[in-house]
Design a protein around this ligand. Structure first.
Ligand code: SAH
Ligand code: SF4
Ligand code: F3S
Length: 485
């Protein structure tokens, strides 16, 4: 068995401290040059990264991918035969976490074949002390565990693992750090057409069901000039779309005392002239209407918004510690639609929150109808150890939770289908992103409202924004034909 070195273990309770205080954000320019040891170790070796969870994890994986490619390593899809395997984990619901343990079982087979394989785990699950202890106990073939705020330490940790054949756990909270100098260019990015750009890290909202504020640390914003420089660099490299990322993008700048900063940032990003700008995720009550004005003013900001509501019931919203009422949420939607009548809305909804009554659930259904969402992601409440909602007594049966889930899903599908049925005959603008997995004579992309559109065509369309006449509609996608330019 490998010798263990516990540099620092995560601690959920500690992670929750020090929020809302006048923050001491550390901006640090990092230098990520690999040592000559790592650069020669990497030559000819292979790696495989498995990413779970949200866009924040996707972006983190891209950064690590860049760092591994810089060592001369090659990526492969399957972990069988890979010299380095990384699991970037998500803790938001229980099934995401359980999936990891299944995958680790599979990775062990690779380790048994070649015990020099380095198996590493990072991401939100690694911010939970009990999960790290579970892995230490049951999966001793793992070599490295690091946290969501430790990407800057990745090279030295990797080198330590290789040179000392130890099982290293280093999950520093680093929760005040805003690192600059991480790889931002094309290498490592999952797409050469669309790119995620972090604008802030962490979350201070502490919704009672959610683990994210504990796993990602406190809310802190990147400096505007650093974000704009990244967007410009992406534009120069031919990117057609940026999606600004943060757990609550509309709280951007609050930590440096400017609560209107997101509107300013969005405008500056639009002014770079990058063809498409999107953002996720806004928090309803942090919105300033200035943001909607900017959206209405710039044609390259897409008329689409994912605005999580979680519930349509005021009593549930209160138990969730969401900081708005149903009425305030509807008012925000109203203000948005006033300025952008053409906007498409999507949302996240949790059903089966502890002791959600039939009446409270009906309030969610009525809100969904009132807003008329174009799409929605629905989840059954999953208790996350360490969060307040996990300690709430819950008398609701699983049967009712599933019944509510199905009812809500049916309503949302009905709304999506209705909206899709208005499409045939319309002409939309599509940014093509890839050749279809299922049919190589088809190319797929998204229209301005984030609707998935397929057309007959070949790879030469990828990266182009083209007009398409819709011929057929389905609930989750549209089919169309290219119009001649
Ligand atoms: N910061 C974003 C996204 C957070 S996680 C936001 O606030 O909207 C994405 C979604 O997962 C949440 O919107 C919520 O609907 C869902 N979610 C989070 N914790 C959950 C839990 N314990 N059980 C079920 N769904 C959860
Ligand atoms: Fe979680 Fe709420 Fe923060 Fe979103 S705003 S990440 S749901 S705590
Ligand atoms: Fe999951 Fe962490 Fe994102 S818990 S949803 S990967 S912030």
């Amino acid at each position: 068995m490998k010798e263990r070195r516990l540099v620092s273990l995560p601690n959920l309770k500690e992670a929750a401290k020090g929020r809302g205080l006048e923050s001491s954000v550390r901006y640090e320019k990092v230098n990520l040059k690999p040592t000559s040891f790592l650069a020669s170790w990497g030559q000819g070796k292979t790696f495989c990264i498995k990413t779970y969870g949200c866009q924040a994890n996707v972006r983190d994986s891209e950064i690590i991918r860049s760092m591994l490619l810089a060592l001369g390593m090659k990526e492969q899809d399957d972990f069988l035969g890979a010299n380095f395997i990384l699991f970037n984990t998500c803790a938001v619901r229980e099934n995401a976490e359980n999936h990891l343990y299944g995958e680790l079982g599979r990775a062990k087979k690779q380790f048994d074949k070649d015990n020099e394989t380095i198996i590493a785990i990072c991401g939100c699950v690694m911010q939970e002390e009990f999960a790290v202890k579970h892995i230490l106990k049951h999966f001793p073939f793992v070599s490295l565990i690091f946290g969501t705020n430790n990407l800057v330490e990745f090279y030295p940790l990797l080198q330590d693992c290789i040179q000392n054949d130890q099982f290293i756990v280093d999950v520093r909270s680093n929760s005040d750090l805003v690192p600059e100098g991480l790889p931002e260019d094309k290498t490592g990015r999952a797409s050469s057409i669309t790119a995620f750009v972090n604008i802030m890290y962490g979350c201070d909202k502490f919704c009672t069901y959610c683990i994210v504020p504990y796993t990602r640390g406190k809310e802190r914003s990147r400096k505007m000039e650093d974000i704009i420089a990244e967007v410009k660099c992406l534009k120069e490299q031919g990117y057609k779309q940026v999606t600004l990322l943060g757990q609550n993008v509309d709280a951007y700048g609050k930590d440096f005392g400017d609560e209107y900063a997101f509107a300013t940032l969005l405008e500056e990003v639009a002014k770079t002239g990058i063809p498409r700008v999107r953002f996720v995720t806004p928090y309803p009550s942090d919105f300033r209407t200035q943001v909607f004005d900017v959206m209405a003013k710039y044609d390259n900001i897409m008329p689409y918004m994912h605005l999580p509501v979680q519930s349509g019931s005021n009593s549930v919203l209160k138990r969730m510690n969401r900081r708005y009422t149903r009425e305030q949420y509807l008012e925000i939607v109203h203000e948005l639609k006033k300025r952008l009548p053409d906007v498409f809305l999507s949302t996240d909804i949790i059903v089966g929150f502890p002791n959600e009554t039939e009446e409270e659930f009906q309030d969610t259904l009525s809100l969904v109808k009132e807003v008329g969402y174009d799409s929605a992601f629905t989840f059954i409440f999953s208790p996350r150890p360490g969060t307040p909602a996990a300690r709430m007594k819950d008398e609701m049966s699983d049967e009712i939770k599933h019944k509510h889930f199905d009812q809500l899903k049916a309503l949302i599908d009905e709304l999506s289908t209705k909206r899709a049925e208005t499409y045939p005959g319309k002409v939309v603008e599509v940014l093509f992103e890839k050749v279809s997995d299922k049919d190589s004579t088809r190319v797929s992309g998204y229209d301005r409202h984030n609707k998935l559109v397929h057309v007959k065509g070949d790879a030469s369309l990828i990266g182009q924004i083209r007009k398409v006449r819709i011929t057929e509609s389905h609930t989750y996608s549209l089919i169309g034909e290219l119009l001649d330019e």
